[in-house]
Design a protein around this ligand. Structure first.
Ligand SMILES: Cc1ncc(COP(=O)(O)O)c(C=O)c1O
Length: 442
């Protein structure tokens, strides 16, 4: 009864495509979770490789994080006078210590999109008369009205008819396009140092470094969106650590509290702040960012990662998962194009959305949650595996076994069934028929 009502609500008010998938797959309601395991209302356990697209870095019900957030809730959740407070100050100091380079100010919002919006306002105001913004195609930076204007996933931004006159969308990973686009007219360049979402792509060596060089040469701000990659998700504290690149502005969220509270942080480099200090009112997008409860939770999650050496310890699970996915990609070339993977940010790029649906449903039957693309209209989507850093190698073995069995099951489906399902899936995700598999992703 309750399940039916929730799926109906999901269909009416949230995501019809997800609701249809839940109905077909007979998905349960998640009731509880512990570590890397989620349990539904029927008592069925799942290894959580979805983790709400990578948020739950320190695992579910992490005792340190739970204790710190509960303790702060017992004291004061919200900040009545809007003054800065000690936990916010401590969090800023901690982020400045962890991030590469010299940092000036840190500002907080509730969500990633608001944080990106804040950086856009800063860049457009401080870099006048420059009006151009360079953004990578398929990049995801949020869905508020302004962030929509710099959304590389054009099927989403086009719908709203926003004026994108100042935004140059360039293909991710294309060095020649960088050289052409980054000029003296550009105010800022937005980059996900590892392209996430349904398009998960690792850049070639030197790509982020070249962006840094070009931004410095032309006086553009390099703005690194590390909302998805930071705090160990990609195997290091920050994705820019792979290239020893220091951006002018860095945006963090998701793993910052391990998924226990809503917060995002914008870090401004020391040099930038010395040159162009923040205006206390004009540069603030959101009055509620960085509440004591969220800051204490973030501090506890960071302590859990640091003291528990979770990034170092997760390397064994990462190596096992990356190698396992690679082998499966080689074994099923008719279904999988490649297996992009770094740290515990991993996935299988599939030769069509139909495969993603079939595999994720088979995985679900075998007790594994995977990061499905839902509304991201990628015609060659990456089915993602973003487990918590605390996942054990024994659990990774279970995931790989379930995946092998799932691939075996979908590969043996009759061709007529795939033919039948392809238009249904296209319809479900509203992927236009005219799109060829790759052009849909451009
Ligand atoms: C790379 C990236 N940027 C921005 C955002 C937007 O963050 P939010 O959903 O908190 O607004 C996300 C969210 O998934 C993200 O992954």
């Amino acid at each position: 009864m309750l399940l039916n009502r929730l799926v109906d609500d999901c269909y009416k008010h949230w995501t019809p495509s997800a609701a249809k998938l839940y109905r077909i797959a007979n998905t349960g309601i998640e009731r509880s979770a512990e570590g890397a395991i989620v349990t539904d209302h029927r008592g069925t356990h799942f290894i959580d490789c979805a983790c709400s697209y990578g948020i739950f870095l320190v695992g579910h019900q992490n005792p340190q994080v739970k204790y710190a957030s509960q303790r702060q809730l017992n004291r004061m959740a919200w900040q009545p006078e809007g003054l800065t407070h000690n936990s916010q100050h401590q969090l800023s100091e901690t982020l400045k210590r962890l991030a590469p380079g010299e940092w000036g100010d840190v500002r907080y919002t509730m969500t990633g999109a608001e944080a990106i919006e804040q950086t856009l306002r800063y860049a457009l105001k401080r870099q006048l008369p420059r009006k151009r913004i360079v953004v990578m195609r398929n990049a995801y930076h949020g869905k508020t009205l302004t962030t929509m204007a710099i959304l590389g996933q054009q099927y989403q931004s086009n719908q709203h008819g926003l004026n994108r006159v100042m935004v140059d969308f360039i293909p991710y990973g294309d060095f020649a396009a960088l050289e052409h686009a980054i000029t003296d007219q550009v105010a800022a360049v937005y980059i996900e140092p590892i392209l996430g979402g349904a398009h998960l792509t690792l850049p070639e060596a030197g790509y982020n470094t070249r962006i840094r060089e070009l931004c410095s040469a032309h006086g553009c701000l390099m703005i690194a969106d590390e909302i998805q990659t930071a705090f160990g998700r990609c195997g290091k504290w920050f994705a820019v650590d792979y290239d020893n690149v220091v951006p002018d502005i860095m945006v963090l969220s998701k793993g910052l509290t391990g998924g226990y509270a809503a917060i995002a942080a914008v870090m401004y480099s020391r040099a930038l702040i010395d040159r162009q200090p923040l205006d206390p009112l004009e540069d603030q997008v959101c009055g509620q960012g960085g509440l004591p409860y969220a800051c204490e939770t973030a501090l506890a999650a960071i302590r859990a990662i640091e003291e528990g050496q979770l990034i170092e310890k997760s390397q064994a699970a990462s190596t096992q998962l990356c190698q396992g996915l690679q082998l499966l990609a080689e074994a099923y070339p008719q279904i999988i194009s490649d297996a992009p993977a770094i740290g515990l940010m991993t996935g299988l790029r599939l030769k069509g959305a139909v495969w993603e649906n079939l595999i994720s449903m088979e995985l679900s039957k075998r007790g594994v949650h995977s990061g499905h693309s839902l509304n991201e209209k990628a015609s060659a989507p990456v089915l993602r595996f973003y487990p918590p850093l605390t996942i054990s190698t024994a659990q990774i073995s279970q995931v790989l076994k379930a995946l092998e069995e799932s691939l075996e099951a979908v590969a043996s489906k009759p061709r007529w069934m795939l033919k039948l399902m392809t238009p249904i899936i296209r319809n479900l995700y509203r992927i236009p028929y005219a799109m060829t598999p790759r052009s849909a992703d451009q």
